[in-house]
Design a protein around this ligand. Structure first.
Ligand SMILES: *Cc1c(COP(=O)(O)O)cnc(C)c1O
Length: 396
């Protein structure tokens, strides 16, 4: 029998959520059910599985025991009805678009969302007659003004990447529901440890598992977690039919990574707090954006809507792009790479890397300045990280 996790703390839930499907051998580790299909006991059993009279496994695109364990575990952390694991974070985003949008529908989104989340709508879904408005959702008035009678989806990312601007989740839930739209939150940057959008009124939360949840920089994956059974069934049907599912080995790896999520998140955030304060006081740093700093314009919202401030920092180095390049090329511990949420620190320059496809004026309008450097803080010793930044900044 699985452990009753009602009223248990987040660390206990991270450690134990998700039933072990091995009832035969008593394995403590979760087995990998590397099978595409599952045999029926007899013809009646097969028929009953298809009608839903009995529950069980049929075919791994529809459901797999290893994947299910991961889905159950992650849904528990987000207080959702269930989880739907996908092959990548973008497969999770696209499944949301396919569920809620169609010809003649309109969506409102955060202007500085993950690059591909915006591109898929503007370049691909537009071909099927989907309309969109991407606005600065940190301002609820802009959200309200962008809503149309045919708006079906309000899609936000908070904190947004890489501006570290926050959006008020409860405020957006109210606006979406007044208009009969659903609110979906990309919670990748916070992980289920630091922010739970479903408890703040969102209808669906999604993650790129590639980042904090897996946390080991070795798997790409995603998950969608709806609040209600109705939304769960709708989205699951779309994912199963269109096929962007997670495979059993991938599920095993991400579940293994997730068991240490709270430890990694806590350490990364302790390190980030100290580095943000260090950078803010450094004479060669022009500005720092970190929700835990009093200088963050939405520090109060961060404190009320999040359970911590995370481990993503953006900053501007004296000398703009040139100064930033000196830092990128001279740090020894943070590796120069895109992505975030792994055990190791990574550093990158959005204007020339992750957001280089965005038109310059749109990029600047979204608050991504030319000199912005993004640092994803890992679980190293903070003294080593600080000494490393110090020697790199001395060369600017
Ligand atoms: C990485 C990322 C995605 C896309 O996820 P993939 O796993 O790369 O497909 C979506 N949203 C955010 C906020 C991300 O950081």
């Amino acid at each position: 029998m699985s452990l009753d996790l009602t009223n248990k703390g987040i660390n206990t839930r991270v450690t134990h959520a998700g039933e072990n499907p091995d009832h035969e051998h008593g394995s403590v580790g979760i087995p990998i059910y590397q099978s595409s299909t599952f045999k029926f006991e007899d013809s009646d059993h097969g028929a009953k599985l298809f009608t839903g009279e009995e529950t069980g496994y049929i075919y791994s695109r529809i459901g797999n025991p290893t994947t299910n364990t991961f889905e159950e575990a992650v849904a528990n952390l987000e207080h959702g009805y269930g989880g739907i694991a996908t092959g990548s974070g973008m497969a999770a985003v696209t499944s949301i678009y396919m569920t809620y949008l169609g010809s003649g529908a309109h969506m409102v989104g955060t202007d500085a969302v993950y690059g591909s989340s915006r591109m898929v709508i503007e370049n691909e879904f537009s071909r099927f007659g989907v309309e969109s408005s991407f606005v600065d959702t940190s301002d609820l008035n802009q959200v309200r003004q962008a809503m149309q009678p045919h708006t079906k989806l309000l899609y936000i990312e908070t904190p947004a990447n890489p501006t570290i601007k926050l959006t008020d989740i409860a405020g957006c839930a109210e606006i979406a529901h007044e208009h009969g739209a659903v609110l979906v939150v990309d919670n990748t940057f916070m992980s289920p440890i630091l922010q739970n959008p479903l408890l703040l009124g969102a209808d669906v939360v999604l993650h790129s598992i590639t980042k904090y949840i897996n946390g080991h920089t070795d798997v790409v994956g995603g998950v969608v977690i709806p609040k209600t059974e109705t939304e769960f069934e709708r989205i699951k049907l779309v994912v199963n039919a269109t096929g962007g599912v997670m495979d059993p080995h991938q599920s095993w790896l991400v579940l293994r990574g997730m068991r240490t999520l709270s430890l990694r998140v806590e350490r990364g955030q302790e390190n980030a707090k100290q580095l943000a304060a260090y950078l803010e006081a450094h004479p060669k740093i022009e500005w720092v954006r970190y929700p835990g700093l009093k200088s963050h314009p939405q520090h109060d919202l961060a404190t009320s809507q999040m359970k911590g401030y995370g481990s993503m920092i953006s900053f501007g180095v004296e000398g703009g792009v040139a100064g930033g390049k000196v830092v990128l090329d001279n740090v020894k511990i943070p590796q120069l790479a895109v992505s975030l949420g792994g055990y190791e620190s990574l550093i990158q320059h959005p204007a020339s890397m992750t957001h280089s496809n965005m038109p310059e004026d749109e990029r600047r309008a979204a608050g991504i300045s030319d000199g912005l450097v993004r640092l994803a803080v890992g679980t190293e010793d903070v003294a080593d990280l600080q000494a490393d930044l110090d020697q790199a900044l001395a060369r600017v």
